[in-house]
Structures are given as C-alpha cells and as structure tokens.
Design a protein around this ligand. Structure first.
Ligand SMILES: Nc1nc2c(ncn2[C@@H]2O[C@H](COP(=O)(O)OP(=O)(O)OP(=O)(O)O)[C@@H](O)[C@H]2O)c(=O)[nH]1
Ligand SMILES: [Mg+2]
Length: 326
C-alpha cells in the first residue's frame, strides 16, 4: 500500500478527525487503494456498537440523535454519526435543517458527524454505509449512529445491518401507525414516539403496543414503546438508559455473526459481478449486435442473454488458460 495511505490510516487511528474524514472519502469514492485500506483495517474492527435510527420524514430523528448523542458523549463514549441524506431536491430544506440542528453538537470533541448521499454511492448505499461504519469503528468510535428516513429498500437494508434499531414516529404525522412501513416494523428493537409534548402521543403509544401484541411471536421479546420529546427533553434519559443497557449486554457477547458476514460477502460479490457485467458484457459492442437482432425480430431477450453469458464464460476460460486478458 502507498505510504500516504498508510499514514492516513495511522492518523485516523490516532483520533485525527481530518485524517478520518479523508480516509472515509477515499473509500467512499473508491479511489485507488480503497480495498487495501479496508483489508488492512478489518482485523482491528468489530468493537463498535451500531445504532440505526429510522422513521418517517420530520419525525425528529436528527433532533433526537443530537440529544442522545450528547448524553452518551458526556458519559465518556466516543461517537460517530452517519446521516444518510435523502438526495431528492425536494428535501433540500430538511437536509439544511439537519445541519443546523447538528451545529451545537459538532462542538463536542468526541462526536464525529458524516453525511452520506442516498444516490450514486459507488458500490451501493448499504456497502458504503458498512464501510464508513467500519472505518469509524477502526478509528475508535465506541458507538456509531446511522440516521436514515425509513423509505426505500436500500435504506431499510442499511438500518437492518445495525446492532440495534430505533424506530421513531410522532403524533400528527398523518396516520402514524399505518405509515410504518412493513419491513421496518419487524427489525425495530425499540419504538420511540417523539414530540410527546404534543397532543396524541399516548394514542400512538397504545396503537403501536396493540399492533406489537398482535404481531409478536410467543417466544420472542416484545420491543418497548417509549415517549420522548427532543424539545422538552422528556424521556431522553430513559432512551439513553435503554441504549446503554443494550451496549452493556452486547459487550458480553461481541462475537461476529455468521449471517452478517455471509450477507456482506454476498453483497460484495454481487456488486463486483455487476460491474464486471457492465464492463465486460454490456460494454463491449456485442450487446449492440444482440439488441439489433432482437429489434429486427431475429432474436429475443432470453436467447440474447444466454449468448452473452456464454461468450463471457468462454472468454473467461480462455483468459484463465492463457493467463492473458482478452
Ligand atoms: N414539538 C416538537 N418538535 C420537534 C421535536 N423533535 C423535533 N421537532 C421538530 O420537528 C422538525 C423535524 O425535526 P428533525 O429532527 O429534522 O426530524 P427528522 O426526522 O430528522 O427529519 P428528516 O431527516 O428530514 O426526515 C423540526 O422542526 C424540529 O424542531 C419534539 O420532540 N417536539
Ligand atoms: Mg434528519
């Protein structure tokens, strides 16, 4: 590995935030050597606790994260926050709002904040988030908090990779309970009804509890439903206690989960295959020939795909036997 990268890695490990930010960008942008960075830090990770925070837009996720991150920081934890920004132009205001809400928290020495775009992440959002979490883990962050709006499969995947998932709802957000997306409900470890300074919080609490009673498995623990207000700070201490409690339990059994590792390896292979397809099957002119055949009625998508795959396999085999890239 280049000496420059090795230095960057060392500096990031020594709690140099600029080096940490540069290291993250290098990997996010898939610059030369990014994979070597990830390979070399992997063995020194696995210590951090990842908390996913998700829920409907405007539920108060960022405000809440700000409040509990500060408390956790005061308890001595070193914290990384990843805010997955919705990159749609309609949410420009919300993104700016996030920055403002996060402003006082950025004065905390032991809180490091990083935004991440939803779209256009090289290697996919989920893997990109995993990589960033891992780098923060390597750089000694005890806790990494990921905030995402719980819409879209990608984002659900991101939070589902967290150790602990907090789902935030609020009174006045339309039909809050109905708005909880299927798929998010199942992965939540804790339900938070935020903005409890407003009317109607208790109704939501009972609705969610009722829904959990209905859908819960007999054997498994039913997640708690709590009330918070990022405005009046009600319930924040309780939330911090619940999170601290989870982290202490996790410390006792920090083993790597076979299933998570399997998912990650599969996802990396999928991404690499996809770029191989882009580069070697769809990008070399043979595709155009096949498309013309389909349009002129001489072929069909199934046969074309088969032919392209065959050609790819033959090329790969030839390359293997000759040791040359064709
Ligand atoms: N009354 C009240 N308002 C709150 C509370 N928490 C957040 N808000 C307000 O709700 C609005 C949205 O808060 P955010 O923290 O940006 O919510 P978010 O869920 O992060 O929003 P997105 O990231 O855009 O989805 C802001 O105007 C906050 O000031 C709360 O507990 N009570
Ligand atoms: Mg937010």
């Amino acid at each position: 590995m280049e000496e420059k990268l090795e230095l960057m890695i060392e500096d990031a490990r020594d709690k140099n935030e600029r080096a940490l930010a540069k290291l993250i960008s290098h990997v996010e942008d898939r610059k030369t050597g990014w994979k070597d960075i990830m390979k070399s830090i992997y063995a020194k990770t696995g210590q951090t606790c990842v908390i996913g925070v998700t829920g409907s837009p405007g539920a108060g996720k960022s405000s809440l994260v700000g409040e509990f991150a500060k408390k956790l920081a005061n308890l001595g934890y070193s914290i990384g926050i990843i805010a997955v920004d919705p990159s749609s132009p309609f949410s420009g205001g919300a993104v700016l709002g996030d920055r403002i809400r996060m402003r006082d928290i950025s004065t905390y020495q032991n809180i490091f904040i990083r935004s991440m775009a939803t779209r256009g992440m090289l290697g996919g959002l989920c893997q990109a988030a995993r990589d960033v979490v891992r780098i923060m883990d390597f750089a000694g962050r005890d806790i990494v908090i990921i905030e995402t709006v719980g819409v879209g499969q990608d984002e659900i995947e991101v939070v589902s990779a967290a150790d602990y998932v907090v789902l935030v709802t609020y009174p006045g957000g339309g039909d809050s309970v109905q708005a909880i997306k299927a798929g998010v409900m199942e992965i939540a470890d804790l339900f938070v009804v935020n903005k409890c300074d407003r009317d109607g919080a208790d109704v939501i609490v009972s609705e969610i509890s009722a829904m959990l009673d209905l859908s819960g498995d007999a054997g498994s623990e039913t997640p708690q439903v709590i009330r918070t207000s990022a405005l009046t700070k009600e319930g924040i201490d309780n939330l911090v206690d619940i999170l601290s409690d989870f982290m202490n339990r996790k410390k006792k059994c920090p083993h790597l989960q076979m299933e998570c590792v399997r998912q990650e390896v599969i996802s990396i292979v999928e991404k690499e295959m996809a770029s191989l397809i882009q580069e070697r099957i769809a990008g070399n002119g043979n595709m155009e020939k096949e498309l013309k055949l389909i349009l002129s009625g001489k072929s069909d998508p199934y046969s074309a795909a088969e032919k392209l795959m065959n050609r790819f396999t033959v090329t790969k085999n030839l390359e293997r036997s000759t040791g040359r890239r064709l």
